[in-house]
Design a protein around this ligand. Structure first.
Ligand SMILES: [Zn+2]
Length: 205
């Protein structure tokens, strides 16, 4: 199944102009089977998700949260108490809390803006479950670093995401799951097992 797991809407991300109805329409156009909405420091509630699912039958719609942590951004999936994963936490603290809650943590656009990714991991003694390997917010050099890092750490999930803040970019990079992803639990399990790989949209491979 094809997913885009890093998306911001204007509903809870001040820097996004993406309307949820445009998001679901574009997701279909791009051949996605599912989307995961990851606002900055906010995780959509089940109620909010249910409302949107009602308007987009057949599309899997889940929520995670993107935390602006000390050292860089981290995508958290499967957290049950999002208010305990906070802006500014270091990666060690953050990933421990995410794991305690049964979730998984994925490094968003690693190496962006000069981030010393491996140093951040080392200093904070963080354990991550995956890294983004392609993103609209990654350039050739950061993508190359991510590819090399995952080759050395093949147990990690490799994600391809848009980090969309507007309609045009939704689904521009995608993640392929071999397993069936219907729920957050399915998603967490696939990422924890490292069974996720970045792909280009169908027809652009
Ligand atoms: Zn983002």
């Amino acid at each position: 199944m094809r997913f885009d797991l890093h998306i911001h809407t204007h509903v809870h991300s001040g820097d996004s102009e993406l309307d949820p109805m445009d998001l679901v329409a574009r997701a279909r156009e791009m051949g996605l089977d599912g989307i995961v909405i990851t606002e900055h420091e906010y995780q959509w509630t089940e109620k909010e998700l249910e409302d949107l699912r009602g308007k987009a039958p057949g599309l899997v719609i889940l929520a995670g949260v993107e935390i602006s942590a000390w050292g860089g951004d981290v995508l958290c999936y499967g957290v049950t108490d999002p208010f305990r994963v906070k802006r500014g936490m270091d990666w060690g603290e953050l990933t421990r809390e995410v794991h305690k809650q049964g979730g998984v943590a994925v490094a968003a656009h690693p190496w962006r803006w000069g981030q010393d990714f491996e140093k951040v991991l080392r200093i904070s003694r963080a354990t991550i479950d995956g890294i983004e390997m392609t993103s609209n917010n990654m350039d050739t050099s950061t993508k190359r670093n991510a590819l090399a890092y995952r080759a050395r750490h093949p147990h990690l999930a490799g994600l391809g995401n848009s980090d969309a803040h507007r309609r045009e970019t939704v689904g521009c990079f995608q993640t392929l799951f071999e397993s069936n992803i219907r729920t957050t639990a399915d998603l967490v399990e696939a990422i924890r097992l490292g069974r996720a790989n970045p792909v280009l949209p169908a027809g652009q491979e």
